[in-house]
Design a protein around this ligand. Sequence first.
Ligand SMILES: Nc1ncnc2c1ncn2[C@@H]1O[C@H](COP(=O)(O)OP(=O)(O)OP(=O)(O)O)[C@@H](O)[C@H]1O
Ligand SMILES: Nc1ccn([C@@H]2O[C@H](COP(=O)(O)O)[C@@H](O)[C@H]2O)c(=O)n1
Length: 672
Amino acid sequence: MYATAFLDIPPLNTASGSITLPGSKSISNRVLLLAALSEGSTDVHDLLDSDDTRVMLEALRQLGCGVHQNHSTVTIEGLGGKPKVAQAKLFMGNAGTAIRPLTAALAVMGGDYELSGVPRMHERPIGDLVDAMRQLGCQIDYLEKSGYPPLRIGQPTLNLSAPIQVRGDVSSQFLTALLMALPLVAMHRAPALGNDVVIEVVGELISRPYIEITLNLLAQFGVVVQRDGWQRFTIPAGSQIRTPGEIYVEADASSASYFIALGAIAARARGQKGIKILGVGAASIQGDIRFVEAAQMMGAQVTSGPNWLEISRGAWPLKAIDLDCNHIPDAAMTLAVMALYADGTTTLRNVASWRVKETDRLAAMACELRKLGATVDEGADYIRITPPASVGAWKAASIHTYDDHRVAMCFSLAAFNPAGLPVRIEDPKCVAKTFPDYFEALFSLVQTSPKHVPVICIDGPTASGKGTLAAELAMRLGYHFLDSGALYRIAALAASRAGLPIASSGEAQIASLLPQLRIEFAGNRILLNGEDMSEAIRTEENGMNASKVSALAPVRAALVALQHSFHRLPGLVADGRDMGSVIFPQAQLKVFLTASAPQRAQRRFKQLISKGISTTLDSLRADLEARDERDRTRSASPLKPAQDAVLLDNSDLSVETSVDLVLGWWQGKQPF
Ligand SMILES: Nc1ncnc2c1ncn2[C@@H]1O[C@H](COP(=O)(O)OP(=O)(O)OP(=O)(O)O)[C@@H](O)[C@H]1O
Ligand SMILES: Nc1ccn([C@@H]2O[C@H](COP(=O)(O)O)[C@@H](O)[C@H]2O)c(=O)n1
């Protein structure tokens, strides 16, 4: 996951490949609650691991439910309709799929519970559900504002004399919550005429496909609800939630929407097929699978099997559409970004529910689409998008994401803009709500011209702080990090272990040894043929040997391709001696980092002493000056600033100041 302040996505061109998506959030949280309410244990396979499922799991644990994790399978020991813990304070984050059904279930079972969430959760309405539960005799109080969490739940005096009425026009989750909780009432009622539990929907029911998911899963847990149209739902008396023993969670159809759109928008890489999505397909029980139809209306070519989809670009530009999106409220946000690539104005209707989601999504989408150059008309329950009038009308935008995972994910697709502009996604970690590795998945499928993948080079003499600065920049920007010195150090170590002369007489042998080595970077560790060499390469003796092998032209040539392989999306920070001058001459920012020799010797001294390596300041200074001299005077890629490098003497600067300075230079080159 990218836990950076922002993520800059370079302009993208093509896409191809296959992807297995994480589990559906809607199915995961419903299955968890049903498994918890039933008796016995349920193995839940392919459960989504995200913020929203974690809050549900934590709440279930607090209520005394057994939760055992084994890779992608979670085993839930059910409570059999009665929590083991009668009093608890449950934090539900911003997970609507957790707080609503759990409120209903706890209110029926009774106890002393408080449910709260993040500030945005306290702005998301729950009054219609509370009103419905109160008809049944449940005791639920608002702890702050009437109609909104946080809530306190007490002991109910259940009284089911009439059908329970619930509004269906604000959120279908209220009806889902009742459908999952009321079997706990039905189970205590003898099957007889008039004993069934009946729910009546007041007003038009929105987002019906989510109710279909609920009914489908209830049936898998032994509760067959009778449905009369979309207004009346009957849970037969005597119904009981029974574990199916094991259950598989489908991949998330809403998450699939970004990759369906990707296939529709991106040109195919040469000789490649489009995008293949595994784990969800035509047989999906999720309503958002109907996003496929909307994407096809816009021009996508889609083929499918029961649990897979394959998408490629069809009509181009995409075709503008006018669509009632009530049945695909979440995935419809992706259509709003696809509309940027359409041949006219797209209207998405009946999306008033966007206003009460993670953020006011209507306002958010309108604001961010306008930043990109689109003309947007936003109404109470619709959004109308006209793409930028020409290539030149596109604007590079920093997309504010409102702590809303779907805003972050769908706007990543704006990086395919014809103007070749990058897109900045603020707070990219908000995708953790449903798809923590979304951007990694995206980058595994897309391609762009190498000239669009940014590179920052930090070159300079020994111990000037290149590695420290480069690693911190890479972390802050979410870029890959290349410590090229480590490659020469590995080369030196491998050569001396093989008994080869560290001199020009050994250059051919060392160069031919290198392709046989398996060099891997694992976080900040470096492995040689599977053996961790991170410490062994850092000795001063090996540093000196590295300096010697690095003067050999065939050795340098043998390491070029490996260094180039680090140049990948979303970007690279490379540190060394010739990053800017030879390896990445096209780099957008080159810094030549220096510090006085006494300062550098002092820093290295402290570094080695802190690692328990004994040495003297004088010998260190002599060594580093000898190394610098060799690096500067060799004929192969000598140490020198690239012509267009910025010089930075950090003798009197702290690491933080140097990092801020370079980040400032980098920001100065961005169009945002
Ligand atoms: N601006 C700075 N101020 C003070 N200390 C620094 C600064 N930059 C780096 N250091 C410290 O100096 C030491 C050497 O830094 P670092 O290893 O990053 O240098 P380097 O240039 O990458 O070295 P090498 O050339 O051997 O790869 C580290 O202990 C680091 O914490
Ligand atoms: N691009 C580079 C990087 C390093 N070297 C040589 O390797 C030695 C070790 O590098 P460190 O950065 O880890 O100290 C260094 O002294 C250089 O001789 C290089 O030539 N080119």
